[in-house]
Design a protein around this ligand. Structure first.
Ligand code: TPP
Length: 686
């Protein structure tokens, strides 16, 4: 039985384009001997129509801020993206030939590279779609402030896996709630996933699900150019709702076996080269009217066609930019504001004006900062996963407004109880540009956010995380709410270098109100990586000034660790901590002094920052041979590196218990007398 679909030249140039994408995609995977050809071959028609006829971008100016955005969710379909980006001149033939190889920009899964047309790093399924929602919110935020001339579309390409990941629920809910009508998601519904067909995992009615969230949904033949074009046209005209286009597509579209039989819809083509799956590359390329001798060739008519496509895009971008210039001329003040909001340097903030409440929880100092931000920064979006009154983002909200259906005049996103969705949306806001994204929840729930924090760290984007309720001292809520290993988890990311060679995440656990303001300053001014602030629920005493002004002293937090209490004579011991344990160690140091033991107290809000300082500085704070005693409310491992091999760290190595915080402090030995004894014992140890 022979199945030869394309023996005749297709009339439709876009069918040719799609076939070219199929050939390139399968050839990239074949040459790399690794990758996912099947899905790419099925999605080729949509990507071809989108890039040729709909997606607005300036071929000569990748960073044009009002370009349409395209977010690929299933990163394993990277060959499809690289193929179309090759056709629009963003990748060379050599680069696509070197798919997945050392030094090539055609990574296994796409990594953020706006210059090459890649708007997001993708791989963990589900997050790309949430990033698309973030970008669409940012787009509306700007359109509401500066006019619809700034509007652009955000397209998401999703797959079965994208729809199955739990985060899809948050994506669907929030996009529908807010009426993100400029968001258009294509669901490449090929009914096949990695290890089986989708009927093994789902019997849902996908259209009904999205309709119930407030989306407009249509189902089309996702391999039919006319149907795709018509659906995209309708989606572009939609004024109320986000659109979901469910494209029924064929995994491994046009694949054949060696004897010319149909080899489509095979689970085996999802994740390995076509030849390894049992298909035949030569037969398939011939079926697609390609030349198996030149699998990386671009059909001449496709080349000519894209030259015209790119010219057309240039014209559209030029017209839009002229429109923008006209607007800027007529609205000079607004224009200045707009470009200031998009400036890569954050807007100036006078942190000295922010007064933290005295002897209060560090979350309250953070609340004071956020209240100030609400009135002094006009491109900040703050979000909370239903804890705004507790994590103190409510202080921002009091001076701002929640986003609601078609209303983006405020700057607050109520993410709902959906931490991962929230964090991934923040990534999208950051990727869109022109937004400072901040999101908050209890520290223990950073667990739910970790996948998005990791992607933010990898992409080097400046999302700010506010984690409050940072220790067992949340007390009565019990061990489910008491972070133990969480600081360590974030510090692990702080230890990992990003591709620019710096810590992939900045983690700050400030000791008191003054240090919290400094930590916020560091977070705000850090545009090179995400930043996490770890803050207390319970009150902490303000540390005493070493000179005359505690606020001045706290500025040293920028060095990662610094002395908050000097020793009284020859140094006997360094007491080391961060966050709420610093104050306790200061009290212990006083007691030690009365026993003629000279202790220095070091606050180390960020080990990562400290490690970036000169050796001289580091040794001036923690001399090489000093005895270091560390105290932390979490896993002691968080301070091991700083304490060194001769040091000792006391922390929590067990899950906590449900009881009032003061009881837990007593039971666990977090009081002056118990710590004093521990330090003295340590000093007697060899
Ligand atoms: C969060 C996450 N879990 C698991 C994976 C591993 N994975 C990669 S592709 C895939 C199956 C996806 O199937 P589908 O989305 O239908 O892609 P297609 O088969 O159409 O290429 C899985 C489980 C992943 N990339 N991300």
């Amino acid at each position: 039985m022979f199945f030869v679909r394309r023996t005749e030249m297709s009339e439709q140039i876009l069918d040719k384009v799609a076939d070219n994408v199929r050939i390139l995609s399968l050839s990239m995977v074949e040459k790399a001997k690794s990758g996912h050809p099947g899905g790419a071959m099925g999605g080729a028609d949509f990507i071809s129509v989108l890039y040729s006829e709909f997606l607005n971008f300036d071929p000569d100016d990748s960073n044009w801020i009002f370009r349409d955005r395209f977010f690929l969710d299933p990163g394993h379909m990277s060959p499809m993206l690289y193929s179309i980006l090759h056709l629009v001149d963003k990748f060379t033939t050599d680069e696509i030939k070197n798919f997945r190889q050392w030094g090539s920009p055609t990574h296994g899964h796409p990594e953020l590279n706006v210059a090459r047309g890649i708007e997001n790093t993708s791989g963990p399924l589900g997050q790309g779609a949430a990033m698309g929602v973030g970008a669409a919110i940012a787009e509306r935020f700007y359109a509401q402030r500066f006019g619809e001339w700034t509007a652009h579309k955000t397209y998401i390409f999703a797959s079965d896996g994208s729809m199955q990941e739990e985060i899809a629920y948050g994506v669907g809910r929030i996009a529908g709630l807010l009426g993100l009508n400029n968001l258009i998601m294509f669901f490449d519904s090929n009914d096949i996933q990695l290890s089986h067909t989708t009927d093994k995992t789902t019997s849902e009615d996908t259209p009904k699900k999205y309709e119930s969230w407030g989306w407009r949904v249509e189902t089309i033949d996702g391999n039919n150019v006319e149907e795709i074009r018509a659906a995209l046209k309708r989606a572009n005209e939609e004024k109320e709702k986000p659109t979901l286009i469910i494209g029924k597509t064929i995994m491994g579209k046009c694949a054949l076996t060696a004897d010319g039989c149909n080899f489509e819809r095979k689970v085996s083509t999802h994740g390995q080269p076509l030849s390894a799956a049992g298909g035949d590359v030569v037969k398939t390329i011939v079926n697609l009217c390609g030349n198996p001798e030149e699998p990386f060739a671009v059909f001449p008519e496709v080349k000519d066609y894209f030259a015209k496509v790119l010219d057309e895009k240039r014209k559209i971008a030029k017209a839009k930019k002229e429109n923008q210039m006209k607007w800027a001329k007529e609205n000079p003040e607004l224009a200045e504001k707009l470009f200031e909001m998009f400036d890569e340097n954050p807007q100036k903030v006078d942190f000295s004006k922010i007064i933290p409440p005295a002897n209060s929880a560090t979350r309250n100092a953070s609340g004071a900062v956020l209240a100030y931000f609400a009135q002094n920064i006009n491109n900040m979006i703050v979000s909370s996963a239903d804890l705004s009154n507790s994590d103190q983002t409510g202080k921002f909200l009091e001076k701002s407004k929640e986003f609601s259906y078609h209303d983006f005049s405020g700057g607050f996103l109520q993410a709902g109880v959906a931490e991962l969705t929230m964090a991934a949306i923040m990534n999208g806001l950051a990727l869109h540009g022109g937004i400072v994204p901040v999101c908050a929840t209890f520290f223990v729930f950073s667990d739910y956010m970790k996948p998005a924090i990791r992607i933010a760290a990898l992409m080097e984007i400046p999302v700010k995380y506010v984690f409050t309720h940072d220790s067992f001292r949340v007390g009565e809520d019990g061990p489910t709410h008491q972070p133990i290993e969480h600081e360590m988890q974030l510090r692990l990311l702080e230890k990992i270098r990003n591709h620019s060679g710096t810590p992939s995440l900045l983690v700050l656990r400030p000791a008191d109100g003054a240090e919290t303001i400094e930590a916020w300053k560091l977070a705000y001014e850090n545009t090179k990586s995400p930043t996490a602030l770890i803050l207390t629920r319970q009150n902490v005493n303000d540390l005493q000034a070493q000179n005359s002004d505690r606020r001045e002293d706290a500025k040293q937090a920028e060095k990662g660790a610094y002395i908050v209490k000097k020793e009284s004579g020859n140094l006997d011991v360094i007491l080391l901590a961060n966050g709420s344990e610093v104050g306790l160690l200061c009290e212990v140091a006083e007691k030690l002094k009365s026993e003629n033991i000279s202790a220095r107290v070091v606050s180390a809000p960020s080990e990562g920052l400290f490690n970036l300082q000169t050796k001289e500085y580091r040794e001036s704070i923690i001399p090489k041979n000093a005895k270091v005693f560390g105290l932390t409310a979490g896993l002691p491992d968080a301070l091991f590196m700083l304490a060194g091999v001769n040091g000792k760290v006391i922390g929590r190595t067990q899950f906590g218990n449900s009881a009032p915080a003061s009881v837990l402090d007593e039971k666990y030995g977090y009081n002056v007398s118990a710590v004093l004894e521990n330090v003295k014992t340590f000093l007697t140890e060899k």
